[in-house]
Design a binder for this molecule. Sequence first.
Ligand SMILES: [Zn+2]
Length: 184
Amino acid sequence: MTGTTTPPSSATAVIDHLMSAAFLSQQVALTDLAQHTGLLWRCICSQLNGLHLQACERCEKPRLWTKDHTPHAYGTLLEDLRAALAEWFDDRPKLRRPAAISFGVTLDYDDGPAWDTANPTAYFTDSPNGQEYPDDFAKSRVADALVDIDDFDQPQPHDTLRVVVPPPFTTGTTAAAADEPTSD
Ligand SMILES: [Zn+2]
């Protein structure tokens, strides 16, 4: 875990400050970048909202993809996976930061089903559907964290593991819900 943590309201305050200093054309660029990097979230109605808001300012629909979905409780192993995902996207600022990533199960290994680093699904707050994520997490800290979860509790072939990706600078103060098995 890195030491510094920043509450989501700070990101909103920084963006508000930058927006009030910016010319109109700069404001367009700033809002594009802010949602791209996960410092604002876009609702399915297209409204941009601050990270401190759990419901849309305009249509009041709840923010999507704020809960983990796991077959079992994994405790700190899930937090290790979350931190690894945060690091992955921190290191790749040109990629649009998703609200959550989910993994399926591969049967390609001799020792049984395992969480698959390939073919993950990315979820964004402006869509109720996931989309194929083009990168493979093989040989990354994400893969290591998935192996640790395999070792703790081997998945079943049709299990899904969906993990909330924290916004930048907030690792350690994640807004994710409790680590409970969930069915939604
Ligand atoms: Zn909305």
